[in-house]
Design a protein around this ligand. Structure first.
Ligand code: AMP
Length: 574
């Protein structure tokens, strides 16, 4: 194998890269040996770019130099400030993709030049295009963009079952909740509906549990935890740790040592949490999952009993309470065989294998549907009044893609020789409430009275969610194709090349030194939080490690790093 194609889950908090080995998808480890690479980028004082774990660890110590969650800005023209320079969401994503590419190359021992990348089902045209652009900047040919729930279904092999079935994918991550209803017929996966809550995820469970812990500390100690913000930050972190342990255990201990109270004072506190207690604490958060599930079912015109399989993806579905809610609502046990944070990347690898003709997936066809309605702006005559800016849908949301739809429009004025074709995406009746994708001034219409000249506007939406608009002047048979140039977040080939060159000029941290950078960044982040003897001990270990780095004796560096990591681990656990 000289050249491999991989599947990539480009996530808001974490990203993963996967490939098929002997017909089975496996997630490939990064330079730290970890499967999840944080989608984070940070720039150090000397201009070195850090990506992944060391960048994420710097989020608390260097927030103005660090970018997180830039996936939320994909498809916009936002520039994210990293102190020494600004970067677009595509550039930041390209850095994450580039790291995954190199990690995959190291793991596979061959070049990786092509990828299938997943995006949320609700991503529109611009966001999909921006994702493709990010791949191009990273030097990856993006073979396909597929929907995350579709990928999850592929990972679970639902397309291989010999009957028609309906599935619902519940994706609960750190900060978002997505629900997708899928229909699978003869290996074809179709999205029936999507719904979600962009502000519901694991962090809400952490916050609820942290409030509970704070109330208990206040109740017992009357301590003022609001004077030093580090106190709340540490409690929140401890709450997340406890939440994860409670996914496995019935009860867990939370110990908070030397919580800073301001003015140099500290307090320590220890408590036990049981599943029963936390289930009560989490009930209101859990309840918020019901709305989007019901909405998705309603949009697909289905009742829960018509769903054959429930798939759980996203790290937060490891919580037993989430699985229980799913079981209650659908009257069946959800599928949880695959690690929930790896399933989407695995599905992308299954799709990627299609391209290389791997026998295990050869016969598979996958289709998606258009996530949004797309149309153009038109006007209408109401009595003596001409109303403009009316949205005329051409390609309806939910249309199976690739798809091509055509509508005929007519001139509205006598001798009208031009028509401005404005393309929008969205579901609202007025264009101003939808998202504008681009516009084209169609010229050269033959003269005639109003309504005499017709223009066929054809929308072709391909498997990668990219829209092409062909406009044909009917009487002339002359066709022009829309090139959207000015839409936000969309890059021309020249811009992609410029961005590629700019990214190539950045100074990157060497891959083999990543464990050192990560150890430093993680220890630094903890140092900020600690106080008293713990802080002193960590400071000493950090100084010894820094000295070892100066000395450049590899064995010495490794020994000191292991010690530092060990100390950080044990201090975090307390
Ligand atoms: P994702 O964005 O899919 O990686 O999900 C990350 C979220 O999953 C975070 O809120 C984590 O706290 C949460 N998470 C990860 N592992 C567990 C676990 N074992 N139990 C509960 N939540 C978890």
């Amino acid at each position: 194998m000289k050249n491999a194609i991989v599947g990539i889950d480009l996530g808001t908090t974490f990203s993963l890269v996967s490939t098929l080995r002997d017909g089975v998808p496996v997630v490939l480890p990064n330079a730290l040996g970890e499967l999840l690479t944080p989608s984070a980028v940070s720039i150090t004082d000397d201009g070195t770019v850090l990506i992944g774990a060391p960048a994420r660890a710097r989020a608390t110590t260097h927030p103005t130099r660090t970018a997180l969650a830039f996936k939320r800005d994909m498809g916009t023209d936002k520039q994210i400030d990293l102190g020494l320079r600004k970067m677009s969401p595509q550039e930041l994503s390209s850095l994450v993709l580039g790291t995954l590419k190199r990690d995959a190359e190291a793991a596979l021992g061959c070049a990786v030049e092509e990828a299938v990348i997943t995006v949320p089902a609700y991503f529109g045209d611009l966001q999909r295009q921006a994702t493709k652009d990010a791949g191009a900047i990273a030097g990856l040919k993006v073979e396909r963009i597929i929907n995350e729930p579709t990928a999850a279904a592929l990972a679970y092999g639902l397309h291989e079952r010999n009957r028609e079935l309906r599935a619902v994918v519940l994706d609960l991550g750190g900060g978002t909740f997505d629900v997708t209803v899928l229909e699978i017929i003869e290996g074809v996966i179709e999205i029936q509906s999507t719904a979600g809550d962009a502000r519901l995820g694991g962090e809400d469970f952490d916050a609820a549990l942290a409030e509970h812990v704070i109330a208990r500390i206040k109740g017992e100690q009357r301590a003022d935890l609001d004077r030093d913000p580090r106190a709340r930050a540490r409690i929140k972190e401890a709450a997340e740790g406890a939440k994860k342990r409670l996914s496995e255990a019935e009860s867990t201990r939370v110990a908070l040592v030397d919580l800073p109270l301001g003015g140099g004072r500290t307090t320590s506190f220890e408590l036990w949490l049981t599943r029963e207690q936390v289930d009560d604490v989490w009930a209101p958060v859990l309840e918020r999952m019901r709305g989007p599930i019901q909405r998705a079912l309603r949009d697909a015109s289905l009742t829960p009993d018509r769903i054959d399989e429930v798939l759980l993806v996203g790290g937060s579905t490891r919580m037993p309470a989430v699985a229980r809610l799913a079981a209650q609502m659908f009257g069946r046990l959800p599928l949880r065989k695959l690690p929930p944070d790896e399933a989407v990347a695995m599905g992308a690898a299954v799709q990627a294998a299609l391209k290389t003709g791997d026998a295990a997936v050869e016969d598979m066809v996958v289709t998606d549907v258009a996530p949004f309605t797309m149309g153009i702006s038109s006007s209408t005559q109401l009595g003596t009044q001409r109303v403009t800016g009316i949205y005329s849908p051409i390609l309806e949301r939910g249309t199976v893609i690739p798809a091509s739809r055509v509508e005929r429009f007519y001139t509205v004025g006598d001798d009208q020789q031009q028509i401005l074709i404005e393309v929008y995406q969205g579901e609202h009746s007025l264009c101003r409430d939808n998202v504008k994708l681009g516009e084209y001034q169609l010229k050269g219409l033959p003269r005639g009275s109003a309504g005499e000249q017709g223009v066929d506007v054809r929308f072709t939406y391909d498997m990668n969610g990219i829209l092409e608009v062909d406009m044909t002047i009917v009487s002339l048979g002359k066709t022009e194709t829309l090139v959207i140039e000015k839409s936000p977040g969309r890059l021309s080939p020249a811009q992609i090349k410029a961005a590629r060159d700019a990214m190539a000029r950045l100074k990157f941290h060497p891959r083999d030194a990543l464990p050192n950078a990560t150890a430093l960044a993680r220890a630094d982040a903890l140092f900020v939080e600690l106080s008293g003897p713990d802080r002193e001990a960590l400071g000493a270990a950090l100084a010894v490690f820094r000295a070892a780095l100066e000395g450049q004796d590899d064995r010495e560096i490794e020994t000191r790093r292991d010690r530092l990591n060990g100390l950080v681990e044990s201090l975090r656990r307390r």
